[in-house]
Design a protein around this ligand. Structure first.
Ligand SMILES: Cc1cc2nc3c(=O)[nH]c(=O)nc-3n(C[C@H](O)[C@H](O)[C@H](O)COP(=O)(O)OP(=O)(O)OC[C@H]3O[C@@H](n4cnc5c(N)ncnc54)[C@H](O)[C@@H]3O)c2cc1C
Length: 141
């Protein structure tokens, strides 16, 4: 199957992505690694009028340890989590869990958002908000 026709844009900042999301509302879908979204498009399970490609936004790719919490940006890839010394030191079970997510090439591009692997990581709290810029996982240590 081929995807339905859609417009495509790749904003160069989080601000621009948020503006576009506000402008286009529910007609737009965010594109990160594409491993879930592209198959859904190809099977025509969804028909967004526009894809906003956020995959290169560095502002959403981070792992920060502060105030007794690990904060993980929504676009942090699975392999970045696997290689993170902060996560290995503070939440080793998460590293163990991520070893079992898909395969190496998918882990290289696939972004975390809030995957079951994180949910079963034994963390005492996992929080997220629905907004693109705030889709941050907070793991309380
Ligand atoms: C063969 C295969 C095996 C897999 N195995 C596993 C597994 O064992 N365990 C596991 O947990 N996962 C698995 N996955 C999922 C994979 O690891 C990706 O995490 C998943 O596809 C979503 O990440 P993505 O970056 O590709 O997102 P995309 O496909 O680009 O997007 C998915 C959804 O998230 C939305 N989105 C994207 N970025 C943001 C953002 N910044 N803020 C808000 N919404 C956003 C999109 O609009 C879309 O609706 C597998 C995938 C494949 C293809």
């Amino acid at each position: 199957m081929k995807p339905p026709v859609f417009e495509y844009e790749r904003p160069d900042s989080l601000r621009a992505a948020l503006d576009s999301l506000t402008r286009h509302g529910s007609k737009a879908k965010l594109l990160a690694g594409g491993y879930s979204l592209i198959p859904m498009l190809n099977l025509r399970l969804i028909k967004p009028g526009r894809l906003i490609d956020v995959s290169r936004l560095a502002e959403l790719q981070y792992i920060v340890e502060e105030f007794g919490q690990l904060r993980i940006g929504a676009l942090t890839t699975h392999n970045t989590i696997l290689r993170s010394s902060a996560i290995a030191a503070n939440c080793p079970i998460m590293v163990e869990a991520y070893r079992h997510v898909a395969n190496h090439s998918i882990r290289n591009r696939g972004s975390t958002k809030l995957l079951p692997a994180q949910r079963t990581s034994g963390s005492s709290a996992v929080a997220t908000s629905a907004k693109i810029g705030r889709k941050t996982s907070a793991v309380t240590l």
